[in-house]
Design a protein around this ligand. Sequence first.
Ligand code: SF4
Length: 368
Amino acid sequence: MKEEMFCEGVTRRDFMKACVTATAMMGLPFAMHTQVAEAVEKNANPAVIWLHFQECTGCSESLLRSSHPTIASLILDMISLDYHETLMVGAGHQAEQALHDSMKANHGKYILVVEGAIPTKQNGIFCKVSGKTALESLQHAAEGAAAIISIGTCASYGGIQAASPNPTGAVGVRDIIKDKPIINIPGCPPSPYNFLSTVLYYLTFKKLPELDALGRPKFAYGRRIHEHCERRPHFDAGRFAKAYGDPTHAQGYCLYKLGCKGPATYANCSVQRFNDVGVWPVSVGHPCIGCTEPDLLFKTAIAEKVQIHEPTPFDSYAPVDLKEKGKGPDPLTTGFVGLAAGAALGAGAMLAKKLPGDAQEGGHEKDE
Ligand code: SF4
């Protein structure tokens, strides 16, 4: 299998690099990347059936548009994608036959990937493929699945289709299927690496990774993006962008007052980022919209500020003990850490004191 993969422009170096990245993302020791790579090489391609319901296909597009190395190639070569309405060559009866054949041949073993919400009102007539409602297709395909991956916010929680007044009664997979292991990979779209890492974890350990209360893998959704955001030093120092395009925005100040949901959003966007060029919404000037959180996306206005209930310290620098002379880190690191630690300690109090107040010119808050 790997020989074929490498023939298609994905080098062994690309493959190992992706395994190292995924191993780090899963929180596994570095040395385990070889075990992950071996698991991929040993295991026969698991059958995957990928169903599309109420959605924009953005999750598939995000996966396919990745490059350097081609994450899509890696994923598509390590699984046997037996049915995917956007990618498959077959159409009509031929496509239906492929779906039927795969479900029969791999009963109890295939991975079912669902992209999009499922309408439930009026028996689900709002989304039909091949004469069957999304509800019927999901229930039928779930019967023989070993596990289900809900990719994207729509399949996880209903997404924009479930926004009030939710005319079609759209819901996520976990609202319908109750007797199968289901993993949610929310995001609009989610990082392709979160999907890749989940597949690699499943191939390596033959089980799903540890999940949080919302069914998300903890390795990818265990921390708030606010804890690793590059604008966090501005937040801690009380420097907030006041308007799009003004000097405070152009200078990269914190976007909290423009409605950034980062302090309440659990995801790894600020670490793993997108498009293989290291960007994510906050880095290009747009506040996080909380797309991985069922209570934020399409339920809270983009400009609305979130409450910060548990201020957490900045998490990008290692702690140091400055008491023991000569045993600390170099002065440059110490300077950064001191700045970050001091800022983190004062962040909660600063927020309570300053957020309601007016900002001075240039975005700095008034000291009292
Ligand atoms: Fe970054 Fe948003 Fe937190 Fe500001 S509020 S530090 S922009 S995540």
